[in-house]
Design a protein around this ligand. Sequence first.
Ligand code: UT7
Length: 366
Amino acid sequence: MTTHAEIVGWGKYVPNKVLTNHDLEKMLETSDEWIRTRTGICERRIASPKETSATMATKAAFAAIEVADLSPGKIDLILTATSTPDHLMPSTASLVQDAIGATNAGAMDINAACSGFVYALAMGSGSIAGGIHRNVLVIGADTMSRVMDYTDRGTSVLFGDGAGAVVLRATNKATGMLASALGSDGSGADLLWIPAGGAKHPASTETVQNRMHYLRMNGNEVYRFAVNVMAKASLQVIKDAGLDLEDIELVIPHQANIRIIQSAAKALKIPIEKIFTNVDRYGNTSAASVPIALCEAIEQARIKTGDHIVLVAFGAGLTWAATAIQWGMPALPPHLPWWRSMLHRFRGQEAAAKSLARRTSRKIPR
Ligand code: UT7
């Protein structure tokens, strides 16, 4: 019998702090009008000083495992897609694993920039279909505000912070993840990048003075690339899944720019009503953008059991990724008895408290 992977839990977290276009007008030579008409963005969320990709990912993960009604000990693998990890090492996934008490899980990060979550979904479902794992937690989390140069109006108005997560579970039903397509063109590496902080340009006075730890982008080139690959990758997974365009009820694209999304819809020849967008409220949250949008599509009852949906993204690398899914779950989370949700929270808080206590009491050998 063939094993499939299906999404059985989902959750998101966005920081409370809202940075509006009007706030940016006070910081930069820009205008609400320019940002709205060129990007469709009205506001974005910004992490508090205490929040990081790992803390946001942890909150999204707790929400997802609660919907999946899964005990953290049953998670086999945690994949965190991020290009703003808390540290170069260890992985953000390992920090999440500890914080949620997933004591039996392997953990690693995947860096495919804004395409990362769709990449991680493909990897997670592959490991389930191959019989290696049964429950995989897939997260997209990014703290883009930490790598923004708030003197650069060409980039800093675009990005925001957040996290989204799903639980993939093995099933014998022919449903769930149907087909995935992943791509990369590294010849465009310097069109969207953070030049310093890695092995090539480790942190130095010079890299800091030259603002090389901030994201840099050639917006026009990335725009052209994005429109081209979004339609191509979506059509490929629709075909590979044995579907026609008319079978697709909803496309959830990476939320970078409303004009990119509209152009991709036109190229795909799909009505704009079938495309989910929330870029106006969150801006571009990089790897978090697709899972946050997926959660909101579910919350807004835009996905029903049996629907065929496509997730599609593009980003630094340059990379692109798409996946076709048949939604197997009831769209709204099953009603959990109050004590079970309390138990999840308690387990999580207990695990987080233990981990903190361990860290603070640990003696560092000299
Ligand atoms: O996850 C992937 C991340 N990246 C992307 O998705 C980015 C893709 N690219 C884009 O979304 C668009 O190219 C941008 C939104 C970045 C730029 O929009 P555009 O329509 O391509 O504008 P542009 O770069 O051609 O700039 C037009 C003008 C320029 O002024 P001049 O040279 O015509 O005088 C810019 O300096 O707009 C100016 N400009 C701004 N003006 C006010 C650029 N940024 C701003 C700004 N506010 N924030």
